[in-house]
Design a protein around this ligand. Structure first.
Ligand SMILES: [Zn+2]
Length: 70
């Protein structure tokens, strides 16, 4: 493990992040890498977008049920 994380490591951390909390060191390495690597920034943003879309779909389903209940 060098000072700068590789793209492969960042991709790994990005998907790990969905399942578990990253350690402060992992988060720092990720942030440092994203600052210098455009490819990973795009990859990371896309994942966040997908996750947010899935989340809002789930929330939309919930609030629709709430509205029906009122
Ligand atoms: Zn990268």
């Amino acid at each position: 493990m060098g000072i700068m994380p590789t793209c492969k490591e960042i991709h790994h951390l990005t998907s790990d992040r969905m399942d578990r909390d990253l350690t402060p060191v992992e988060r720092l390495r990720m942030r440092l890498h994203l600052r210098i690597c455009n490819a990973c920034t795009i990859f990371f943003r896309r994942l966040i977008l997908i996750r947010r879309a899935m989340h809002s779909l789930a929330e939309g389903g919930r609030s629709a049920t709430d509205r029906d209940a009122q």
